[in-house]
Design a protein around this ligand. Structure first.
Ligand code: SAM
Length: 264
């Protein structure tokens, strides 16, 4: 089955839940940040900034830059503005967002996989850079993993299937080669890599706890309350079987991510 992903419109992201796995979610952002050439970007946008803690790292690294976080989730932006009031926060849908002026750095960690039509999206992003500007992107690339497969299977395995079917969409990511072919004619330098993190989680069913704060959010939100509990129970049972405990009681959750740095 082709990997699918829920669509994101109006997802009620919860900053507290999302930050629960903060360390593991921070690591790829730091790996991406570490590869951005040290220059002196003055205008920086963080697309899909969420609770803003990574946006704040961009501001720390380039303290003279004007750094703006963009997100469509009000609760995420409220949290970002409360924790980092000195930075700028803009509520917008990235599908239609355009910066007021070309940017020196467009950064996006774990957000652009919620958007479709990547050929158009990435061309538009490069268009929004000054000549010499940098696009730096990280996206999860594990849509065929059991954590996701179990969600599609559970979505199809109950009276809620008709309700959830419209939310499942083909995973939008291109292959690394296709991103290279797309970006190279537009950019002088293109660097793409993938990393699979062997995440070590604690708890009874920690993979289900992880996806509950991301992948499952739009699915649960779409269901009437009477179906939320049985649907999640169906999902949790499948995930627990797919990710058994190790002998030390921990659970291994391999997680593949795709990284790109492109300089216009
Ligand atoms: C997984 S969180 C990542 C947050 C942050 N970049 C980080 O790495 O911690 C994804 C974020 O993308 C935002 N998002 C998803 N689709 C979006 C869209 N179409 N426009 C704007 N933001 C979007 C969500 O609201 C959410 O805050």
């Amino acid at each position: 089955m082709k990997p699918h992903l829920p669509s994101s419109p109006d997802m009620p992201w919860n900053p507290d839940h999302y930050l629960a796995f903060g360390d593991l979610r921070l690591r790829p952002a730091l790996d991406l940040l570490g590869r951005i050439p040290t220059r002196d970007p003055q205008r920086i946008a963080d697309l899909g900034c969420g609770p803003g803690h990574i946006t704040a790292l961009l501001a720390e690294r380039w303290p003279t830059a004007k750094v703006t976080g963009i997100d469509q989730s009000r609760p995420m932006l409220d949290r970002a503005a409360a924790d980092f009031p000195a930075l700028s926060w803009v509520e917008a849908d990235l599908a239609t967002w355009r910066p007021g002026e070309p940017l020196d750095l467009i950064f996006s960690n774990a957000a652009l996989h919620w958007l479709d039509d990547h050929p158009r999206l990435f061309r538009d992003l490069v268009d929004n850079l000054v000549p010499g500007g940098t696009l730096a992107v990280q996206m999860p690339n594990n849509f065929a993993a059991p954590s996701h497969r179990c969600a599609y299977e559970a979505a199809a395995a109950g009276p809620w299937s008709e309700c959830l079917a419209p939310l499942l969409r083909p995973a939008p990511l291109l292959s690394p080669q296709d991103y290279y072919a797309l970006l190279r004619p537009l950019c002088g330098h293109v660097e793409i890599w993938e990393t699979e993190y062997l995440q070590v989680l604690k708890g009874d069913n920690p993979v289900a706890d992880w996806t509950r704060t991301s992948l499952l959010v739009p699915l649960l939100e779409a269901l009437p309350p009477a179906w939320q509990v049985p649907f999640e129970a169906e999902y949790r049972a499948r995930v627990a079987a797919a990710y058994p405990n190790e002998r030390d009681g921990h659970t291994l959750f391999p997680f593949r991510r795709l990284f790109m740095i492109a300089r216009r």
